[in-house]
Design a protein around this ligand. Structure first.
Ligand code: ATP
Length: 720
């Protein structure tokens, strides 16, 4: 993208109020070889400002600029040479910012505003814009004005009365453009209308008296004239803007002799101008962070400094040795600013309703460059105005005027672009404009056919994208389905294999007698028992199998194992029963009662004692829904969740009765838990010492003597 350097113009005001003039600051229009020039590096500029070195008067600093105006220069001259060309730029849909910079009383307000008899840049710009408007009969052109001031780093609307002027917030839109929220914008239809509004608004501006200027501007004022041009045939709107900024004076408080309130204003002014200097410096350094946000002024001027607008800085200088240091400061700022480059873009909006393709389908076109006139202006930036310094007559501007927009753009000055505006996508057809509308400027952009083709391509791309997305989605679904089917098949195969094996190889004589004994077991349970037996033989494979079974199958298998285990324990084959209970546990690992049973049997096996299981829960007349009874008396309760696992493991509700029934047998058995319980009050209490009770203590259940044994003790006992 091509860039456009900020253009610099320097203007030395005449002496006023009996100021002593001397040669410390001079304007030159021809190069001088006799001057030492520490600041210049061989510039080809033919116009420059010279300032004698405050420390060594024999030495002179030279500051070359595009345009230099001496004390005799006129408002008209400045306007014609440097400002008038900008009007064409504004009418090409670009934002232009002109700002006056300088020490207090250097003539900024005079240059920008002027007087009734000697109007400055602002009134001339407005006249010129209306004049230009009258030439654009083919377009609907609307002008509007907004006017704000930045006073002590707060923004106020100058178009509303002071009482109604709240502080306005500075915001940023979706495109990163900074704007002042709620700033009024008034349409203007004539120069007179503008003059009335402007005269009224100027009265609102904060002005105070200082030693240097009895009507010193205490705020930065930003006047904006916006022009929107709509081509009714193409329904395209170009929006150009010109910001005319009269900065408050950079101040030397020693010279201004400010009172406390002026000092406060001064501090704010100096701070914002200092941030302005930092911004320019950062831009020159190519810094990654530009401190625009450090002041409202720089935020608002962001677009003019390193942004997308075209910039002109008018440096106002006051004459005489009294202002020499300020002049040097101003000129140094100007030198740094002239290296700042902007990337102007044309603000164009296509008002036609367009199909809204998916954003991803369209490559965002690069921003549209400003017309070639800007590039020409930039190239000519090194030339001086034809005649300054001693020649009072204003010479014709050497800056080319863009009276013919099309010619200026020349086709090559534009590139396809899209730029946000009113939330609409921009088109690629530039709007013809300029004094001479009969040029072929409208052919510079894309034709309708080209636009249609582009839209068709975008739609095609979108359709292709969606089809591809749908295809991917379908593939993803198929893959998931395949994986699920595979998983189910594997589970089925594993179960089938288990069945087969159980049928072929009956386990070592464990099952057959049982099955014979319980011939009334239904087929389903038999099959399950065969299966379990086979699983028992397969050892570790169980865990793998458990992994592939559904939760319901796991519970069923767990119950079957328990049934089998119980049968073994009744037979007195405790070790096998224990193994089977453990197998059952691998299917229902959360079942507390099963764990208790395992501990009981482990205890019996370890101590080689008899294990007497509690009697099975008597059959209750339950609804079929609640339980399923097999002919063998093995009962499988429906299981909800994994924690409760009633099976035939003793029901807690039955426990006291069971315990009573088994009391005699237990007394004969080795005493449970004597090692773990050596507290006197527990000695001889067999109930309390049973492993089952210990486990109950571990699980915190309320069991008769449990209160007497700490959980810790119980745990230790169980661990043993
Ligand atoms: N080119 C000029 N020709 C004649 N008089 C001028 C010129 N420039 C400035 N003056 C006069 O110098 C005085 C100070 O100018 P002005 O108020 O424009 O300065 P300023 O830079 O805007 O000051 P401040 O920063 O305090 O607002 C005014 O009386 C103004 O009329």
């Amino acid at each position: 993208m091509s860039t456009h350097a900020v253009k610099i113009a320097a203007r030395l005001r005449p002496r006023i109020n009996g100021e002593v003039d001397d040669d410390s600051i001079k304007v030159h229009t021809t190069p001088s070889t006799s001057l030492s020039d520490p600041s210049s590096s061989g510039s080809s500029s033919t116009s420059f400002i010279s300032v004698t070195n405050p420390r060594d008067p024999s030495q002179v600093f030279k500051f070359p600029f595009t345009s230099c105006y001496d004390q005799s220069s006129t408002q008209e001259e400045i306007f014609n040479n440097d400002v008038q060309p900008m009007i064409d730029v504004v009418y090409s849909g670009v934002t232009v910012t002109i700002f006056a910079y300088g020490v207090t009383s250097s003539g900024k307000t005079h240059t920008m505003q002027g007087t009734k008899t000697d109007p400055g840049v602002i009134p001339r710009v407005v006249r010129s814009m209306f004049m230009k408007q009258s030439h654009l009969r083919r377009y609907v052109v609307n002008l509007s004005v907004s006017y704000m001031e930045i006073y002590k780093d707060e923004v106020y609307d100058l178009l509303v009365t002071r009482d109604n002027a709240p502080k306005l917030p500075v915001r940023e839109n979706d495109h990163g453009k900074v704007f002042v929220a709620n700033l009024s914008s008034i349409p203007i239809s004539s120069v007179e209308e503008f003059d009335t509004i402007y005269a009224q608004a100027t009265k609102h501006r904060s002005v105070g008296s200082t030693n240097l200027n009895h009507a010193s501007s205490r705020s930065h004022a930003v006047l904006t004239i916006e022009v929107s041009m709509t081509d009714p045939v193409k329904d395209i709107t170009l929006t150009g803007k010109i910001n005319l900024v009269d900065l408050a004076g950079s101040e030397n408080n020693r010279l201004t002799g400010n009172d406390p309130s002026r000092m406060a204003e001064s501090a704010a002014i100096n701070k914002s101008l200092s941030v302005l200097g930092q911004v320019v410096h950062a831009l020159n350094q190519g810094a990654s962070r530009i401190p625009y946000r450090n002041s409202k002024l720089t935020r608002i001027l962001q677009d003019a400094l390193g942004g997308s607008s075209v910039g002109l800085l008018i440096c106002n200088l006051a004459p005489g040795v009294k202002f020499r240091q300020d002049t040097l400061n101003t000129l140094n700022f100007a030198v740094r600013t002239k290296n700042v480059e902007n990337k102007p873009v044309v603000n164009e909006r296509d008002n036609r309703v367009q199909p809204k393709p998916h954003f991803a389908a369209i490559q965002p076109p690069p921003p549209k460059l400003a017309p070639a006139v800007l590039q020409q202006t930039s190239i000519l930036g090194g030339h001086s105005r034809p005649s300054v310094g001693g020649i009072p007559r204003a010479g014709p501007s050497r800056v080319p005027r863009v009276s013919t927009y099309g010619a200026g753009a020349g086709g090559s000055g534009y590139q396809p672009f899209a730029m946000g505006g009113g939330g609409k996508r921009m088109s690629f057809a530039p709007m013809g404009m300029g004094a001479d509308e009969k040029t072929n400027s409208l052919t510079m952009g894309m034709t309708d056919k080209e636009i249609d083709e582009r839209i068709a391509k975008a739609v095609e791309a979108e359709v292709a994208r969606r089809l591809e997305e749908r295809e991917k989605e379908r593939e993803r679904e198929n893959e998931e389905r395949r994986a699920k089917e595979q998983h189910e098949q594997q589970a089925e195969a594993a179960e089938r294999q288990a069945d087969e094996q159980s049928k072929q190889t009956l386990p070592s004589g464990v099952l057959t007698p049982l099955l014979k004994r319980h011939r009334d077991l239904d087929d389903e349970l038999k099959a399950r028992l065969y299966e379990l037996e086979a699983k028992f033989e397969r050892g570790n494979k169980e865990t793998q199998l458990a992994d592939v079974l559904s939760p319901v199958s796991k519970k069923k298998t767990g119950r079957a194992y328990v049934a089998l285990a119980r049968a073994h324990s009744e037979k007195g084959d405790l070790q096998v029963a224990l193994d089977l209970y453990r197998k059952a546990e691998s299917y229902v690992p959360d079942n507390v009662k099963l764990k208790e049973r395992i501990i009981e049997i482990e205890w019996s096996v370890k101590h080689n004692t008899e294990f007497v299981p509690s009697p099975k829960k008597p059959k209750k007349a339950k609804s079929k829904k609640k339980g399923k009874s097999f002919g063998s008396g093995l009962k499988v309760e429906p299981v909800e969740g994994t924690v409760d696992f009633p099976m035939d493991v003793d029901e807690e509700t039955q426990r006291p009765q069971d315990e009573k029934a088994n009391m005699g047998k237990r007394k004969k058995s080795a005493r449970f838990g004597s090692e773990a319980t050596n507290r006197p009050e527990e000695k001889g209490n067999e109930d309390a010492e049973s492993p089952l009770k210990r486990q109950r203590l571990i699980s915190g259940k309320d069991w008769a003597p449990a209160g007497k044994m700490s959980k810790r003790q119980a745990m230790e006992g169980a661990a043993e």
